[in-house]
Design a protein around this ligand. Structure first.
Ligand SMILES: [Fe+2]
Length: 382
């Protein structure tokens, strides 16, 4: 009897043990399946960001009406084709694919003005493709104009960007004095909490778009300018030009990071009452007091954040003055309207939620009856 009871107990334990083993096995299988799904999803999103979206060149169209009643703009308006941030480096397949899409997007369009707001090049080796891009676009009626971007001056070593950014962070902490970087860093070796705090501050530093590549050499901006000027493109670095027979002035400013920007000099020949379009590679020009004289600022540089994440939005916008939501597209400050282009190319070749594009802007006079601020639905896509 006792032996029977023991056998029954052993049998139950055996069954329970086999059942627990089966449950454990099922949990392990479910865990692997979950990991597989996550890995598959990650690979699919990564493939999309690397291989699809950078080549998905969109066409955007918007109407922008002046917010100040100024004479000089044709009643029918001006058709502006705005390009920016091509970042060509001589990657044939990649860049030829983009050029082909720009050719298709602009074929048959009546373009009054072609504007490129800089970062033509990533490296000098991209020059031939830059020229091929400009040659692929219908000739603009009133001319082609440009400003240079930081990458037209300098190329950056992005592989060393984490270390370089850490050094910048460290230097800033040292400059700030209290809880200086030097002290924090040494504390981090001795004190885990201080080290963790330093890492969190570094994370915040990066989140504020301070992930910088280390300048590693210069690009031949003189050659870029000469070659583009031979094709009729004018560089407006710290100068202005009146647009053909219109009363519209185009004003350009040198790059805020690598050039010698001088907005007062740029604007000195521009009459106060003239419709004014300011070209600046970097949209942070918006905070310069004189920038308010411009009716429209066209800029690039942000790449629209390049990776746009749910809840966070554009991740790496490289702007100190614009909010993440203003990092691409239309916005305004007072009566100055701003359009920030997401660019056609990339420095790091991925895009997610920020596809490359060409933009057609129809710039129109202010509504006569509405006074100074009557644009209403300005910036609407057409
Ligand atoms: Fe750029």
């Amino acid at each position: 009897m006792a032996a029977d009871t023991k056998r029954t107990g052993d049998t139950r334990k055996g069954l329970e043990s086999r059942s627990a083993g089966r449950d454990g096995g099922q949990r392990l299988t479910a865990l692997w399946a979950g990991l597989g799904v996550v890995a598959g999803l990650g690979a699919a999103l990564g493939g999309y960001a690397l291989l699809y979206e950078p080549f998905d060149v969109r066409t955007e169209r918007l109407a922008v009406r002046l917010l100040r009643d100024k004479a000089g703009l044709p009643r029918e308006g001006l058709n502006i084709l705005h390009l920016s941030d091509t970042h060509f480096r001589g990657a044939e397949r990649r860049e030829h694919a983009k050029i082909a899409q720009v050719r298709r997007a602009t074929a048959g369009e009546k373009i009054d003005v072609l504007i490129h707001t800089g970062d033509f090049l990533h490296k000098d080796s991209g020059l031939d493709n830059v020229l091929a891009l400009i040659d692929s676009i219908p000739k603009p009626r009133l001319g082609a104009f440009a400003v240079s971007g930081n990458h037209d001056h300098v190329f950056y070593n992005l592989r060393r960007a984490p270390l370089y950014s850490w050094r910048l962070f460290h230097a800033r902490e040292s400059e700030n004095g209290a809880g200086s970087g030097a002290r924090s860093t040494s504390e981090s070796a001795e004190n885990g909490i201080a080290g963790l705090r330093a890492l969190l501050r570094f994370g915040r530093f990066l989140f504020q778009n301070r992930f910088d590549g280390e300048p590693a050499g210069v690009n031949d901006i003189g050659r870029l300018r000469r070659q583009l000027e031979e094709r009729g493109m004018q560089f407006l670095d710290n100068r202005s030009v009146r647009l053909g027979e219109t009363g519209v002035y185009l004003v350009g400013i040198e790059d805020l990071m690598e050039g010698r920007p001088d907005l007062d000099r740029s604007l000195e020949r521009v009459p106060d009452e003239a419709p004014t379009i300011l070209l600046s590679h970097n949209p942070d020009i918006i905070e310069a007091a004189a920038a308010g004289r411009a009716d429209l600022i066209l800029a690039g540089h942000t790449h629209g954040g390049q990776i746009v994440l749910p809840l966070i939005g554009p991740t790496y916008t490289q702007t100190k003055q614009l909010s993440r939501s203003e990092a691409s597209g239309y916005s305004r400050r007072g009566r100055t309207q701003v359009y920030v282009h997401r660019g056609l190319g990339e420095s790091v070749p991925v895009r997610f939620g920020a596809p490359p594009h060409v933009t057609f802007i129809r710039l129109l006079p202010a509504r006569p009856q509405s006074g100074a601020d009557g644009a209403g639905r300005n910036g609407d896509r057409k």
